[in-house]
Design a protein around this ligand. Structure first.
Ligand code: ATP
Ligand code: MG
Length: 395
């Protein structure tokens, strides 16, 4: 029996009234986005539930993979459909479904019927009893367990009969579009794509800013960041990726400021430029992949100094995670293989041998004053020459 549609389960806790409509509409919109490259699907809400129905042939695994990228979904139930004829036809369908799906019959089950079509002669309770009995006749090894069954066999009688028993775990979270917009500082590393994923998971739309330093960084390094944005966009929806030419700013810092402070000063200008583009896109926060103590620029002292130039909140979802924990997520969301491609990053080229780990704010500010006569122009040039690429992993 072929799966033709999916019932989508989502957590409803705390989403009532007006918020519930917003949540469901965003969920439907994001499901449509995820499925557009899989095939022709109709996505609809019906009495507080969401259904995804194939309009033609489709690849089952691809469809499930697509649905697994939609935040807000906690469970995906593949359903088979049958015409509503009579009770006998329903019995045959259920017995056949069970037989095909569960070759191992040493299990417990419970039938959970729902009668949406009140014309149907039996009510839910009667359908439960009747089908339970028929299943036990067909497969005598089965046992009924009404409290904790191994298999909960759901049967819904509406315009069609829907049978489902499997719940595939969804990613959880909130549908993208329910919680504003933020700007991700996206490098080619492992951490920042994970950070973007985690904030998008809370319903936030994301854009991205990448700083490159041609000719010190290659076209290939930039392509890697575009590829990473593409993977993240499968979850988050299309991303406006801002590619900033950071070379002249980096050269000026390199020329005029103490080398052990390079990374911190550079980071502060990155934050300022990213914040500029965040405001342009109506973003309300910045996102980075920073994690306390991971490298010299991420000691708590240096994080505080970097943070000092920002007027928006900075979300750092990886802040308390070990590298391995971040790697595990990057493998799960499929960015890891791309992240580990060996292309130089603009920070690694201008990096000092012994960067300060305990930056001092007034000293850093004093160093930055050496840039006073050039930095405004350089920032303006960098902003004006920024290339914006709309990245859509579902195209
Ligand atoms: P990642 O794996 O994200 O590159 P990392 O361990 O390499 O992290 P850093 O290079 O110190 O860490 O960068 C810390 C954070 O600063 C990154 O997670 C990212 O948010 C931001 N960042 C660093 N370099 C860039 C860049 N070239 N363009 C945009 N953002 C950057
Ligand atoms: Mg990096």
């Amino acid at each position: 029996m072929q799966v033709k549609s999916f019932l989508i389960k989502y957590a409803e806790i705390g989403i009532k009234g007006k918020n519930r409509y917003m949540f469901e509409d965003a969920l439907v919109r994001q499901i449509r986005y995820a499925m557009k490259s899989v095939g022709d699907f109709k996505v609809r809400k019906e009495s507080g539930r969401v259904f995804v129905e194939a309009q033609g042939e489709f690849d089952y695994d691809e469809a499930v993979e697509g649905l697994k990228t939609v935040f807000g979904i906690v469970g995906i139930c593949p359903m088979v459909e049958e015409e509503v004829k009579d009770m006998d036809h329903l019995r045959q369908s259920v017995v056949k479904y069970f037989g095909e799906k569960y070759p191992d019959r040493n299990v417990t089950f419970k039938v959970n019927a729902r009668r949406g079509d009140k014309q149907f002669p039996l009510n839910s309770m009667e359908i439960n009893m009747d089908l339970g009995e028929k299943l036990l006749e067909a497969y005598p090894e089965l046992k009924v367990d009404v409290h904790k069954p191994d298999i909960m066999l759901n049967v819904e009688v509406r315009k069609q009969i829907y049978i489902y028993s499997e719940i595939i775990k969804g990613p959880g979270g909130m549908p993208v579009g329910t919680n504003g917009r933020a700007m991700l500082l996206l490098s080619g590393g492992i951490d920042s794509p994970v950070a973007g994923y985690m904030i998008a998971k809370r319903g936030v739309r994301i854009d991205a800013t990448y700083f490159h330093a041609p000719p010190y960084t290659s076209e290939r390094a930039k392509q890697k960041v575009v590829d990473l944005a593409k993977i993240v966009s499968k979850y988050s929806g299309p991303i406006h990726l801002h590619v900033v030419n950071f070379t002249d700013i980096q050269l000026a810092i390199y020329e005029k400021c103490p080398h052990d402070e390079l990374t911190i000063i550079m980071r502060r200008y990155m934050m300022k430029i990213a914040e500029h583009f965040a405001k342009e896109r109506d973003g309300l926060a910045l996102i980075t992949g920073e994690s306390i103590g991971q490298v010299a620029s991420q000691t708590i002292h240096n994080l505080a100094i970097t943070n000092e130039v920002c007027t928006m909140p900075v979300f750092r979802p990886c802040i308390g995670m070990d590298k391995q924990e971040i790697v595990d997520i990057s493998e799960k969301i499929d960015t890891f293989e791309t992240s580990i491609q060996p292309f130089e990053d603009c920070c690694t080229i201008f990096v000092a041998k012994h960067p300060v780990t305990k930056g001092n704010l007034s000293r850093i500010e004093k160093s930055e004053r050496k840039l006073d006569d050039v930095i405004d122009d350089l920032m303006k040039q960098a902003i004006d020459s920024t290339e914006v690429i709309v990245v859509d992993g579902r195209e």
